[in-house]
Design a binder for this molecule. Structure first.
Ligand code: G
Ligand code: G
Ligand code: MN
Ligand code: NA
Length: 253
């Protein structure tokens, strides 16, 4: 596949960039961290969406290389990120097609090995469906990461087929509520009921909740009333280049 070859070259050549989207604590209104989102501007094809190149990476064996690149990019951005916010917490999306194989853990420890980024500052986001593919392996990998002080969030929660009871069986610290629920939370009572249940159960299990894709003050008000821990979305800021983050954080504070 041509796109796969181009992606391999782009990873080797460090031609992708990470943009960072602020995550806002709903109790204090302050920035509690950022999520790293990969961006690829291809010289010939123009900008390729992450949904597309992540799928290509996963289908063609490049997922470990993409994860390794993202973790290393965050390591290199860490000093600038730390300067831009009160406390650095940076979440990296990892392709869990290889969660549980030693590649991912090796890439994580190599990003932490130089001391430029600490285990406390780094978080990983793994999709719910990727964890469900092999629950025992996912749980073991999460336990090992947790033992090293690295927190893991379950991404896109609600879009897979797992029941709420799986939440108690995974050593995760955070649940990210998928944008598809947040989008309809103001007018759809079912969406609101689902989000409310997830927030309540997560709270009982001592997991924090982060709502994704918050675009309006009305959505924010409902999430706050339901006791959601944190939120991100265009209402606050899109993902921005690291150079633009100080101004964005200042505006949000
Ligand atoms: O940034 P948004 O624009 O469009 O991202 C689309 C999807 O791609 C999201 O599901 C996001 O989690 C995923 N994604 C973005 N950046 C990365 C990355 O660096 N690695 C992986 N594995 N997924 C990413
Ligand atoms: O990891 P994940 O799948 O959740 O990635 C988040 C995706 O959603 C990225 O593509 C990001 O650019 C995008 N995004 C972030 N905030 C908003 C928002 O408020 N509205 C919409 N429509 N998309 C958003
Ligand atoms: Mn994510
Ligand atoms: Na998500």
């Amino acid at each position: 596949l041509a796109l796969s070859n181009d992606l391999r070259d782009a990873l080797v050549g460090d031609e992708l960039v990470l943009h960072y989207q602020p995550v806002i604590d709903l109790a204090t209104g302050r920035v509690r961290g950022v999520e790293a989102l990969a961006r690829w501007h291809h010289p010939g094809r123009g900008s390729v969406s992450p949904a597309r190149f992540v799928a290509v990476a996963e289908a063609t064996g490049l997922a470990p290389a993409l994860d390794r690149w993202a973790l290393d990019r965050v390591r290199r951005d860490a000093a600038a990120l730390r300067a831009a916010m009160p406390t650095l917490h940076v979440a990296v999306n990892v392709s869990a097609t290889h969660l549980g194989d030693t590649d991912l853990e090796e890439a994580v420890f190599s990003a932490l090995g130089t001391g430029e980024l600490s285990a406390r500052e780094l978080r990983l986001e793994v999709t719910e469906s990727a964890m469900m593919d092999n629950l025992d392996q996912a749980r073991a990998a999460l336990e090992r990461l947790k033992a090293h002080g690295i927190e893991v969030a379950i991404d896109d929660f609600g879009t897979g087929y797992s029941s709420l009871s799986y939440l108690s069986r995974l050593p995760a610290s955070t649940v990210k509520i998928d944008r598809s629920f947040v989008e309809h939370i103001t007018e759809d009572a079912d969406a609101r009921a689902i989000v409310s249940s997830v927030i309540r159960l997560a709270g009982r299990l001592r997991l924090t909740t982060v709502a994704e894709g918050v675009e309006t003050p009305e959505q924010l008000a409902i999430l706050r009333r339901l006791g959601c821990t944190a939120a991100q979305g265009f209402l606050f800021s899109p993902a921005v280049a690291v150079a633009d983050l100080p101004d964005v954080v200042t505006r949000l504070t």
